[in-house]
Design a protein around this ligand. Structure first.
Ligand code: NAP
Length: 236
């Protein structure tokens, strides 16, 4: 197994990509802290992982709340004594023309997709720097590298995340901390692509999870800092 005894904190683990990453990390031997706001789905995943014999805690919280994020990282460190991997995955999208976008919608996109990841990163780094070791995996998007019609605010959060991650990487590599950003294309989750005609051909959550395992399990001296993940043959 590739992540034996590693302690991983996964945000947005109640469904979709985060859930798949938690399941794949657990299958590779990691000990897990899973978080999100939905108690039922989070509890279901926690019970499933415990049934499989994995060590796991679940922590309810809103990633846009600073106290919740601080508690999330603290609870993980208290439960396991360290944090080896942070996965900044929690996120959502609002897709509409800018002229129709409310300021509150713009703010909430940045609070969840970027500010939450910033606070989680800062808090986790305190532990990782003390350990002189760690991996931060950011789930950005190809929307963070391209222009998206009717997705300006969402795309801006992901462009911001990529810029933030690249800069943090330069700060923390001297502490043997690796910062990895995964930029998937469309993934078949509840995110908002249920009406897509090519749903069976786009990426699956497990594809992103495999990329996360790969990045987190490279030799400690090697850092895969960015992964663009696309479906091989989206049109068939
Ligand atoms: P999803 O199925 O809708 O899952 C989103 C996850 O984020 C859920 O677990 C949700 O948990 C959590 N979340 C959302 N708002 C939250 C908040 N305020 N506080 C805490 N947790 C919150 O979407 P997904 O496709 O798996 O998306 C995961 C990440 O991948 C996002 O960052 C997204 O931008 C990115 N991404 C998605 C795609 C795609 O096509 N699906 C492509 C590229 C990148 P709760 O509801 O329990 O809080």
């Amino acid at each position: 197994m590739k992540l034996t005894d590693k302690v991983a904190l996964v945000t947005g683990a109640s469904r979709g990509i985060g859930r798949a990453i938690a399941l794949h990390f657990a299958a590779e031997g990691a000990r897990l802290a899973i978080s999100g706001r939905d108690p039922d789905r989070l509890g279901e995943l926690r019970d499933e992982l415990r049934t499989r014999g994995n060590e796991v805690i679940s922590i309810l919280g809103d990633i846009s709340s600073e106290p919740d994020v601080v508690k999330l990282v603290q609870s993980t460190a208290e439960a396991f004594g360290r944090i080896d991997i942070l996965v900044n995955n929690a996120g959502f999208g609002i897709f509409k023309p800018v002229v129709e976008m409310k300021t509150e919608e713009f703010d909430s996109l940045f609070s969840v997709n970027m500010r939450g990841a910033f606070i989680a990163t800062r808090e986790a780094l305190r532990h990782m720097i003390a350990q002189n070791d760690g991996v931060i995996v950011n789930i950005a998007s190809l929307a963070g590298k391209n222009a998206i019609e009717n997705g300006a605010a969402y795309a801006a959060t992901k462009w911001a995340m990529i810029g933030f991650a690249k800069s943090v990487m330069l700060e923390v590599r001297k502490h043997n901390i690796r910062v990895v950003t995964i930029c998937p294309g469309s993934v078949d989750t509840e995110f908002g692509f249920s009406n897509r005609s090519n749903r069976d051909r786009i990426l699956k959550p497990k594809d992103v999870a495999e990329a996360a395992v790969l990045a987190a399990s490279l030799p400690a001296t090697a850092m895969m800092s960015e992964i663009d993940l696309r479906p091989t043959n989206p049109k068939g």
